[in-house]
Design a protein around this ligand. Structure first.
Ligand code: 5RP
Length: 261
C-alpha cells in the first residue's frame, strides 16, 4: 500500500467511493477512464469482494478494461449489454449546468457513447475541476488520421466565427508520434481558454468532415460528486436541484491499493 495518498488522490478517492453508493445489485455500469475513474473501479471491486455485489461493467477504454479485469470486476461490451443503468466517469472540467469537458485521457469517444447509452451519468471529480465557464482545459476532439491536417485547418477556420477566447489547435503526441486512441484515431487539443457557447461549439465541430467526436458533454451528466482532501464530499443533482454537503471518513482498506503495489 502506498505510504500516503496525495491530497488530490484523497479527494478523487472520496468522490469515487461516494459515487459507488449509487450502484445497486444487478446494475449494468459504464466504467469511465482516468485516475478518478480508476479509484471508482477499485471501490467497485471492493464492494464485489466484501458484499458479493453483482454488476457488469462496460469499460470506456482498454486501460479501464485491463484494470477491471485485474481487480475482478466483470466486464462486457456495449454491443452485448446494449443499455446501461449508470455510468460513472471523471471529467476535466464541469460547469454549473454540469456541462463537461472530457477527453484528457483520450477516451472521449467511447466515454460519450457509453454515457449516452446510460439512464444516468455520475461524474466524479476533485474540486479543481469545477469552473464557472468551460474552456481553460484544452478541448479534445477525436479526428481520423486521414487528412488530419486539412481537418485541423477546417477546425481553425471554423473557430474564427465562434465565441471563444483563443484559437490554437495542437495535435496530441505520444513521444515522437501522434497519440493513437483506442479507435486508432488522433486527438486535436483546442486551446480556447473560454468557451462562450458550448452547445453551439459542439454542434459545429461535429459537422466538420474528419471530426469523429468532441469532448463537450452537454445534457449528459446528471449528478456530480465532488471530493475534497479534508473529507468533504458534495453531491449535486442537476435534475432535482439538490445539493448534499457531507463529510466522509478517509479510511480506505489496504485491499483497495492491490493493483498499485
Ligand atoms: C479521459 C477523461 C477523464 O475522465 C478526464 O481526463 C479526467 O481524468 P482524471 O480523473 O485522471 O483527472 O475524460 O478521457
Amino acid at each position: 500500500m502506498p505510504a500516503e495518498l496525495s491530497p488530490i488522490d484523497k479527494a478523487k478517492f472520496l468522490a469515487a467511493k461516494r459515487a459507488t453508493d449509487f450502484v445497486e445489485d444487478g446494475m449494468k455500469l459504464g466504467l469511465g477512464t482516468g485516475s478518478t475513474a480508476a479509484w471508482m473501479v477499485r471501490c467497485l471491486a471492493e464492494r464485489i469482494r466484501e458484499e458479493g455485489l453483482r454488476v457488469v461493467g462496460v469499460p470506456t477504454s482498454s486501460r479501464t478494461a485491463q484494470l477491471a479485469t485485474q481487480l475482478g470486476v466483470p466486464i462486457s461490451t456495449l454491443d452485448e449489454v446494449k443499455w446501461l443503468d449508470l455510468t460513472i466517469d471523471g471529467a476535466d472540467e464541469f460547469d454549473p449546468n454540469l456541462a463537461l469537458i472530457k477527453g484528457g485521457g483520450a477516451a472521449l469517444l467511447q466515454e460519450k457513447i457509453v454515457a449516452t447509452a446510460s439512464d444516468q451519468m455520475i461524474v466524479i471529480a476533485d474540486a479543481a475541476k469545477e469552473v464557472a465557464q468551460l474552456g481553460a482545459f484544452p478541448l479534445p476532439i477525436e479526428v481520423i488520421p486521414f487528412g488530419w491536417q486539412t481537418t485541423k485547418a477546417l477546425v481553425e477556420e471554423t473557430l474564427v466565427s465562434l465565441d471563444v477566447m483563443n484559437r490554437d489547435v495542437s495535435l496530441r503526441m505520444n513521444g515522437p508520434a501522434p497519440l493513437l486512441t483506442d479507435e486508432s484515431n488522433y486527438i486535436l487539443d483546442l486551446h480556447l481558454k473560454r468557451i462562450g457557447n458550448p452547445r453551439q461549439l459542439s454542434l459545429v465541430l461535429n459537422q466538420i468532415p474528419g471530426v469523429v467526436e468532441n469532448g463537450l458533454f452537454i445534457d449528459i451528466c446528471d449528478i456530480v460528486v465532488i471530493g475534497h482532501p479534508d473529507g468533504r464530499v458534495v453531491v449535486k443533482d442537476i435534475n432535482t436541484g439538490s445539493v448534499e454537503d457531507d463529510r466522509m471518513e478517509f479510511a480506505p482498506s489496504a485491499n483497495i491499493f492491490a493493483d498499485m503495489d
